[in-house]
Design a protein around this ligand. Sequence first.
Ligand code: FES
Length: 74
Amino acid sequence: MSQKGPFPVDVEAGKSYFWCACGRSENQPFCDGPHKATDFAQVKFEAPDSKRVFFWGCKHSAAPVTCDGTLNRL
Ligand code: FES
């Protein structure tokens, strides 16, 4: 399920993550497959550094993966 707040995740440098764009994944913020029944597809994020990243949960941001404040205007 999508949510208004971002999902904080500690990512590892060089590792790839697949963010859920459709909101149907049971493993938010990551894709687990049910987007296949929609027009959406997962978005790949490659972590440049090991750090905490805020994957957005509202599914309305203009900048995929990162939280850009759009959720504050919902
Ligand atoms: Fe949402 Fe894959 S389950 S994009």
